[in-house]
Design a binder for this molecule. Structure first.
Ligand code: GLC
Length: 576
């Protein structure tokens, strides 16, 4: 196995195999106009976002070709105004959230300072600058690759630092991973796409030569040798969070950042044999990075794909190169949201429809388009489905619907507004009514339910780490707390998050921040769980800070695209 390493020249500029990154002039026009697609052909525009004072993000419907622009947008520029939107949009409950708790005189929980201590101890420096956080401080047995900075694991750390007003580390991380992206990536004799972002990286110190080198893993060292499809999406999402939270548009405007984004997008917007707008993936290419039947078109990736596309839309400059991508993104978003909202959505009515499906239908009039055989509906689903509530199922492909619940995909669907407000409410209803199954004694199940016996053998390849109710196979992951909390705030249901946090906070410190818990209720520290797992620590901090000051949710949430609603209401089966 070859692991990519490289020297860094003094000024930190990386050249790899003679290929250096372009250093176009980063200066941008300071004047940022309202985004109006009709103006695009007239003159080039800089970034699709405005500085903090009036940070407005366009709906992609408004950016759509051939659709008449309508000024239905809501501004999410500053925290107080953003909360106004949520008041109007989602719930009366949210207004009780707008006053930060600290202002109400609440004392911070002792776990908070403990968590900050651990998080700060996990900082990884490169040439004296913090560039990330280590995956786990646990140094008990062999550490596998937990001593590396993982891109996906850094997201909650980065958000915690942004919420604390310490944005430098996030900027350094964005730039450093961008450098890594430009490496030539090979597995055996096969070269990976230029845009692939690393799963993780490590700083190597050479005491003799007194220099530092970076080592990165793009999947060539990973168990299963799968490239992390989610890394590039998280990178774009974090870049938007940075821009939104600091108001500093200059980072995203850098030609290198623009190019990095375009390279990521090229990987997933290219034309091929696809008949679906969803992205075809190998098993193990996301947080669930071992074989778990999460291949084909998993919601975990599709929701991130959707969010990254929407984030890129506001970050891409409308220059000649950017414009081309914006056009492609807009078209893809229309198709993707329709496909996911129509075919992945499951509630009582939809379940009943599938249960009564006819099969072997041919032609355009087919109702059962993917030829799903009703007999493939699993037994557990009929009890699990509440009367009120619904969710995006795990996967849809020919004759295969994976009905399992995936926490990350559903929370990201809410945050990105892939879920309509009605769907978002229905997801929260489901979490409330299936509390024992999805939250239990330790939030939250990464997947529900676990697979067992023969099915486990076939699906995981008899993976001993993924036995039933452990690790990815129905284990409980504290990191998911931040996603739940953000989704709760967006939907105006903070009490759900509060309940989940209260359940876990004392235990997390006592157990020394495990990576995951095992068992149907998540009562046991995971079989092979690392301790002082950083995204458990950071996830907890982000959840706490979100509850304390709900306006933070703006950095990881995108407003609903109102113009899509009438179209979807007509075409969808679900009614509320
Ligand atoms: C495990 C997890 C993965 C995570 C990594 C580092 O491999 O499955 O999602 O990124 O550990 O914490």
């Amino acid at each position: 196995m070859s692991t990519s390493t490289m020297d860094l020249s003094k000024n930190g500029d990386v050249t790899q195999n003679g290929r250096a990154r372009g250093t176009d002039d980063p200066s941008m026009s300071a004047e940022i106009e309202e985004c109006d697609f009709s103006k695009l052909s007239e003159k080039p525009r800089p970034l699709n976002l405005e500085r903090r004072a009036s940070f407005e993000e366009k709906s992609f419907s408004e950016l759509s070709f051939g659709m008449s622009p309508r000024h239905s947008l809501r501004t999410v520029d500053n925290p107080s105004r953003m909360n106004d939107h949520f008041d109007v949009l989602y719930s009366p409950v949210i207004s009780s959230l707008t006053t930060p708790r600290a202002e109400q005189g609440g004392e911070p929980h002792p776990s908070v300072s403990e968590a900050w201590d651990v998080l700060r101890r996990s900082l990884v420096y490169f040439r004296g600058k913090p560039v990330g956080t280590i995956a786990a401080l646990d140094n008990s047995d062999e550490k596998l690759n937990y001593d590396q900075v993982f891109v996906r694991d850094f997201v909650p750390s980065g958000l915690a630092f942004l919420m604390k007003g310490e944005s430098e580390i996030v900027k350094n991380f964005i730039l450093k991973t961008l450098r890594l992206q430009s490496w030539e990536k090979k597995i055996d004799r096969f070269q990976l796409g230029e845009g692939v972002m690393p799963a993780s990286f490590k700083v190597l110190h050479d005491p003799v030569r007194n220099n530092e080198t970076l080592m990165a893993d793009f999947g060539e060292s990973a168990i299963g040798r799968v490239a992390p499809v989610d890394s590039g999406f998280w990178w774009i999402i974090l870049l938007r969070a940075y821009t939104k939270s600091t108001g500093d548009t200059s980072l995203a405007e850098l030609p290198d950042c623009q190019k990095g984004m375009r390279l990521i997008l090229s990987l997933c917007l290219s034309e091929g044999f696809d008949t679906f707008p969803t992205l075809l993936c190998a098993d193990g290419c996301c947080m669930i990075d071992r074989r778990m039947g999460v291949y084909g078109y998993p919601i975990e990736i599709q929701a991130l794909f959707f969010m990254a596309l929407r984030s890129a839309l506001v970050l891409l400059k409308q220059d000649v190169e950017g414009k081309e991508f914006i056009e492609r993104i807009v078209k893809r978003l229309h198709a993707l949201s329709f496909h996911l909202r129509s075919y992945y959505w499951l509630d009582m009515k939809q379940l009943n429809d599938i249960y009564r499906y006819k099969t072997e239908e041919y032609s355009h009039t087919a109702v059962n388009k993917f030829n799903v055989i009703p007999d493939s509906l699993p037994d557990w689903l009929f009890d699990f489905m509440p009367t009120h509530g619904g969710y995006f199922i795990g996967n849809v492909s020919p004759a295969r619907m994976d009905f399992r619940w995936f926490c990350l995909g559903n929370c990201i669907a809410i945050l990105s507004s892939l879920a309509t407000p009605e769907q978002a409410t229905a997801i929260m209803d489901l979490i409330e009514s299936r509390w024992e199954e999805l939250v239990g004694e330790m939030p939250l199940k990464v997947i529900y339910p676990a697979i067992e016996n023969h099915e486990w053998r076939i699906m995981t390849g008899s993976d001993p780490k993924n036995t039933r109710w452990s690790y990815h196979n129905g284990g409980s992951w504290p990191v998911l707390l931040w996603l739940l909390t953000a989704a709760c705030i967006k939907t105006g249901r903070p009490q759900i998050a509060r309940r989940a946090i209260e359940l876990s906070e004392a235990r997390l410190v006592k157990d020394n921040w495990p990576e995951y818990y095992d068992g149907k209720l998540g009562r046991y520290i995971g079989k092979q769980a690392r301790k002082q797992q950083m995204w458990s620590v950071a996830g907890y901090l982000v959840a706490k800070m979100l509850l304390e000051d709900p306006s933070h949710v703006g950095m990881i949430s995108l407003e609903e695209d109102r113009q899509m609603r009438p179209i979807l209401r007509r075409s969808n089966s679900w009614t509320f």
